[in-house]
Ligand binder design. Structure first.
Ligand code: DOR
Ligand code: ZN
Length: 442
């Protein structure tokens, strides 16, 4: 097969993993980076992408995405979910196992991996279930699941409720050097709850979820991680109490990492009054005090990475009473704009730290050789226009679902081109791609 050479010219390259921030060129040969240098002759390339005045970063990585395929393809499928990822600047995502059927056997992981080769527009790394059917009783075949392609384990959507099961799971995951991503929610405390406990829940007459439903599971899992040496990754952390525990555990050298979503960083439960079911998810939106604590923890590196928890649901699953509405919101196509506008823009994070939290840091949690721009690495690259002003319009999403609380938000900063393994999988009209060797590029 002919290898196409692509030059990304004159972009501001920011690669936090390599402490790089400078205007330079990147030459890509086939699917890998061949050269990064301020002087590269455009004649060396078959295709030239003009990235002047644009930011060029390693392709974004989201380690918490629900693709809904197989079984719930009215919400999303492999093609639409990965196109939504590309549109949001993501070149790699990890997909959660709460599909129908559940991703809990090596055969199912193998089938998914085969399908992804044909249907996915970006790299997808499967996360397999911790327990059979996500039922919390029998730990799955971790060894077989890893051999089939799983990069982590999670019962996300549900929690591994019993300590003895989580203890066994952490021991077995440790032997394979893979993390367990825990959806931290103690069902005995959260059962029957709709949104966060507090005034808003009272006003709406629904049962509220206390913040301790999250932190008691985080505390338990930290104890189990310390005992087993296993790696627990706290999914979508939302509370001040939770980050206090993670901070302490990290100081003690326990193998714990954590992720946070843009919505938990930007919204409180007050927003449920405005957006209704589109502001309903698990864990729920919390208080201003929690928001400030998780922002600080992210800035301090206590929270390692930003994820979307992209959780598509059909309109009929959301356009119902708050108590009956499905949990979760889509996030792939708004995450970067929200992070740039509200976290970088409001100086919660530097640009470098924001990109780090969406590139090499999530890659290192999953043990992926990705998330950086260096010679010989996969050419997974995102080009961003930091000045582009845009309004969130759910009708423009590639996702099949529209359940976002951010509809109508005005943001500054948007991906304009997404390249996966040297191939442009999405770009908008503002970026110039010039074919200079039409013999080679068909
Ligand atoms: O709100 C949520 N929705 N939280 C989860 O953990 C699961 C997700 C889903 O699958 O819809
Ligand atoms: Zn979850």
């Amino acid at each position: 097969m002919v290898k196409i050479k692509t030059l990304i010219k004159d972009g501001m390259v920011v690669d936090p993993a390599n402490n790089l921030r400078k205007t330079t060129n990147i030459l890509i040969n086939g699917n890998t980076v061949e050269k990064i240098h301020p002087k590269i002759n455009p004649r060396e390339a078959d295709v030239v992408i003009n990235a002047e005045d644009k930011l060029v970063v390693p392709g974004l990585i989201d380690l918490h995405v629900h693709l809904r395929d197989p079984g719930q393809t009215h919400k999303e499928d492999l093609a639409t979910g990965t196109m939504a990822a590309a549109h949001g600047g993501f070149t790699s995502v990890a997909c959660m196992p709460n599909t129908t059927p559940v991703l809990d056997t090596p055969e199912r992981v193998k089938t998914l991996v085969q399908r992804l080769k044909k249907e996915a527009h970006v790299n997808v790394f499967p996360v397999a279930a911790v327990t059979k059917g996500l039922e919390g009783e029998v730990v799955t075949d971790f060894e077989g699941l890893k051999a089939a392609g799983a990069v982590a384990f999670s019962d996300d959507g549900k929690v591994v409720q019993r300590a003895s099961i989580m203890h066994e799971a952490l021991k077995r995951a440790e032997a394979l050097s893979l993390p367990i991503c825990q959806h931290a929610e103690d069902a005995s405390l959260s059962c029957g709850t709709v949104i966060n406990e507090g005034e808003v829940a009272e006003k709406l007459g629904v049962k509220g979820d206390p913040d301790i439903s999250e932190s008691v599971i985080i505390a338990r899992d930290i104890v189990l991680a310390a005992r087993t040496g296993g790696h627990v990754h706290v999914g979508h952390i939302s509370t001040e109490r939770g980050v206090t525990l993670v901070r302490r555990a990290k100081q003690m050298g326990i193998k714990v990492t954590a992720e946070v979503t843009p919505h938990h960083l930007l919204l409180t439960d007050e927003y449920v009054l405005k957006a209704g079911p589109n502001a309903k998810m698990r864990p729920p939106l919390r208080t201003q005090q929690d928001v400030e604590a998780i922002r600080q923890a992210l800035a301090d590196g206590i929270i390692d990475c930003i994820v979307t928890d992209h959780a598509p649901h059909a309109a009929e699953e959301k356009n119902v009473d708050l108590a009956d509405a499905a949990n979760g919101i889509v996030g792939l196509e708004t995450a970067l704009g929200l992070v740039l506008t509200h976290l970088v823009g409001e100086k919660v994070l530097s640009l470098e730290d924001a990109i780090a939290a969406m590139t090499y840091k999530p890659a290192s949690i999953l043990g992926l050789d990705k998330g950086m721009l260096a010679v010989g690495k996969d050419a997974d690259i995102t080009i961003i226009d930091l000045n582009k002003k845009w309004t969130v319009d759910p009708e423009a999403f590639f996702s099949k679902s529209r359940n976002t609380p951010f509809s109508g938000w005005q943001l500054t900063g948007k991906p304009v081109l997404t390249m996966v393994g040297g191939k442009v999988v999405w770009s908008d009209e503002s970026i110039n791609i010039e074919v200079v060797n039409s013999d080679k590029v068909s």
